[in-house]
Design a protein around this ligand. Structure first.
Ligand SMILES: *Cc1c(COP(=O)(O)O)cnc(C)c1O
Length: 469
């Protein structure tokens, strides 16, 4: 196949893509396949000879599509959104066409300079102060890993990378018991170790980190000869949207010189609306802040916005310059590979540029405000419906509920059956979590094409299937 084939297949795929999105509501949201079903239909050995693209495309439709869970479905209410949009798709086509490696400034100056500018647009959109510099990471998980590595190196006076961790005091990282599993994994990979990730109790309606417990834990650690290094605070944690009182945590962190990273992977996008920014009060005092435009800002995966106050500390931790990566005689340039764990980097700023310009900030705010309002509306309807209870109140567009008819016995098992019934039905998709030791059903609104009617239909589906259990 040579590139001229794009002239034939590009329009065909564009047609297919537009029709896919037009008709998406008629497909079940979650794939309805059994494990192994798709693999069994794919040959176990690669083809010896070339095949026609027409055959590949037809196989894509018949073999692959039945096994796809439709994340862009307007009635996807599971997990968190990983939304996208037409300008994002179009930018990805161009990005794939160029297939540039954007690791150094000189390996694509436009990519680096657009990245710097787009991240500054995002910084302004969420109202982080000037003085934060941005970088696009491939995921919040790697942004958090990078932040924990900087925290570790600062605490170890930059000796971790050279000497390793053996014989060093234990590097301690603090967070609440609500944080995402990516924090644990980052501590594993950074050599901090699970036992040195100190998970503190959370309290109050938002399940915020207990700052007094943080203060006590740091004092105990210092007495034990450990090295308090970093604090992770969260805005909108994954389970039920727990959010920390960042100012209270910062008071303690600053007094002890901790490196502070804010994980707002999902909720960060909503910070483009001024009325929701109270959740991030205090974040301007942190060292590092991450959120995912690839979750709730209409920009398809992967696109993580990572803001840092002191890029020098990041470069000191992650910058490595073998002779083949040196850039000769250039001052004032950024080599973004020195700000992140992987060396290779895709041109991801292009989709942000297209998306932000296509909708405008006002257009994006309007979509997010709708999501939050519709989530509140369905939560209210479920609250009033017989036999349902709201377990965690809406935090932005996320809440959790459960079906609790009187005398039903094991409510955890009943709600697990309800989740399965809903997802087997296919009209909507929801997932579960634990809240206060209970099995609860999570519900979030955040898809680009979701309408008020889609959310209303969700209420009908949930109540209808619950009664039929
Ligand atoms: C989704 C999520 C993450 C992980 O994001 P990735 O980009 O998939 O690594 C981390 N923290 C929170 C709070 C999240 O919601």
């Amino acid at each position: 196949m040579d590139y001229s084939a794009l002239q034939k297949w590009g329009p065909e795929l564009a047609q297919w893509s537009a029709e896919y999105h037009r008709d998406l509501r008629s497909r079940p949201v979650r794939a309805q396949t059994a494990p192994g079903e798709i693999a069994a239909k794919i040959p176990g050995t690669p083809p010896e000879n070339a095949e026609e693209f027409a055959t590949l495309f037809s196989d894509f439709e018949t073999l692959i599509m039945p096994g796809i869970t439709h994340w862009q479905h307007p009635r996807f209410f599971a997990y968190f959104p990983a939304n996208s949009s037409p300008p994002s798709v179009l930018a990805e086509w161009l990005t794939a066409t160029l297939a540039a490696q954007c690791m150094l400034w000189q390996t694509s100056p436009a990519a680096t300079e657009l990245e710097t500018t787009m991240l500054d647009w995002l910084r302004q959109m969420i109202s982080l102060p000037e003085g934060f510099s941005g970088v696009i990471q491939d995921s919040a998980s790697t942004a958090t890993l990078a932040a924990i590595l900087v925290a570790r190196e600062k605490a170890l006076s930059w000796t971790g990378n050279t000497k390793g961790l053996a014989g060093q005091p234990a590097v301690r990282i603090y967070c609440s018991d609500q944080v995402h599993s990516s924090i644990d994994k980052a501590c594993w990979i950074a050599g901090v170790g699970q036992d040195n990730l100190v998970k503190l109790p959370s309290h109050g309606p938002l399940k915020s980190l207990d700052a007094n417990a943080l203060e006590r834990a740091i004092a105990e650690d210092k007495a034990a000869g450990h090295l308090p290094a970093g604090l992770i605070v969260c805005i909108g944690a994954t389970g039920t949207g727990a959010s920390d009182d960042i100012n209270a945590a910062m008071d303690v962190a600053e007094a002890h010189g901790l490196y502070v990273h804010v994980d707002a992977a999902w909720a960060g996008s909503a910070m483009i609306c001024p009325e929701f920014r109270h959740f991030m009060a205090g974040a301007e005092r942190a060292d590092s802040f991450v959120f995912n435009p690839h979750k709730w800002l209409f920009t398809n995966f992967d696109c993580t916005a990572h803001f840092i106050r002191d890029p020098e500390a990041m470069v000191r931790t992650l910058g490595i310059r073998p002779s083949y990566l040196e850039t000769q005689g250039r001052d004032g340039i950024i080599n973004y590979s020195e700000w992140s764990v992987p060396l290779g980097r895709r041109f991801r700023a292009l989709k942000l540029w297209f998306v932000i310009r296509s909708y405008g900030v006002a257009g994006m705010q309007a979509m997010i405000r709708n999501h939050v309002r519709w989530a509140e509306e369905i939560a209210d309807k479920l609250r009033r419906a017989p036999d349902f209870e709201i377990v965690t109140e809406p935090m932005l567009s996320l809440f959790s509920f459960r079906y609790s008819p009187k005398g039903a016995g094991d409510l955890d098992a009943l709600n697990a059956r309800l989740v399965n019934a809903i997802n087997d039905d296919g009209r909507i998709y929801v997932t579960q979590t634990q809240a206060d030791g209970k099995y609860v059903i999570r519900f979030q609104v955040g898809q680009t094409q979701t309408t008020k009617e889609d959310v209303e239909l969700a209420f009908e589906v949930i109540t209808e299937l619950a009664q039929a259990l």
